[in-house]
Design a protein around this ligand. Structure first.
Ligand code: GTP
Ligand code: MG
Length: 171
């Protein structure tokens, strides 16, 4: 059992490829309103969670929602791949702006697992090459993410580890 400690006054950034299980993990461990997802925001602005042309608008909205929640002291989780440094930097900046601690939670499953799950899905219209490309971007070390500004960093790098997690919210 891995115990993950997350500050109540905090922003949690999930990181992982498509199919790594971010939304499933979020639904298991966090409240429905605590999680703000890029899919949901794409849906709100484009009526289509897969419309990549809506990404700019969707992330503007996501950042806005996250900012409003943090300003009101609400524990908030970002469910998006967050595989680029710049995607993470904008979230760290929001946490700083609102004086809360940013935590990173990396869900890293083997590429083959993500591919198998992807192939079983009917709600994602893109090919598996996307997953291979994304997997290469997954941060592997705690140190680099800490340097980016994440206070707590957890790397969960197997299905078993992801399944055996206990989340404790700290004051
Ligand atoms: P994107 O939203 O596309 O970035 O993917 P995601 O990281 O949110 O993955 P999601 O939680 O949607 O999971 C992808 C698929 O894998 C779904 O069909 C899930 O049911 C399945 N899945 C997720 N987590 C697990 C797990 O721990 N075990 C098993 N067996 N399947 C899982
Ligand atoms: Mg998802």
């Amino acid at each position: 059992m891995t115990t993950i400690r997350l500050p109540m006054m905090g922003l949690v950034v999930l990181i992982g490829t498509t199919g790594s299980g971010k939304s499933t993990f979020a639904a298991t461990h966090f409240g429905p309103f605590e999680t703000v997802s890029s899919d949901y925001c794409r849906g709100l602005v484009a009526d289509d969670v897969n419309d990549q042309s809506a990404s700019t608008a969707a992330f503007d909205l996501l950042h806005h929602i996250v900012g409003v929640r943090l300003a009101r002291g609400r524990f908030t989780v970002v469910d998006a791949t967050n595989l680029t440094r710049s995607a993470r930097a904008s979230l760290i900046a929001l946490a700083k702006e609102h004086d809360v601690l940013p935590s990173a939670l990396v869900l890293d499953v083997p590429t083959q697992v993500a591919i198998q799950r992807h192939q079983a899905r009917t709600d994602r219209p893109f090919g598996v090459d996307v997953i291979r490309r994304q997997r290469a971007q997954v941060p592997r070390g705690v140190g680099a993410l800490r340097k980016e500004g994440f206070r707590n960093v957890y790397l969960l790098d197997s299905e078993q580890e992801i399944a055996d997690v206990e989340i404790v919210r700290t004051p």
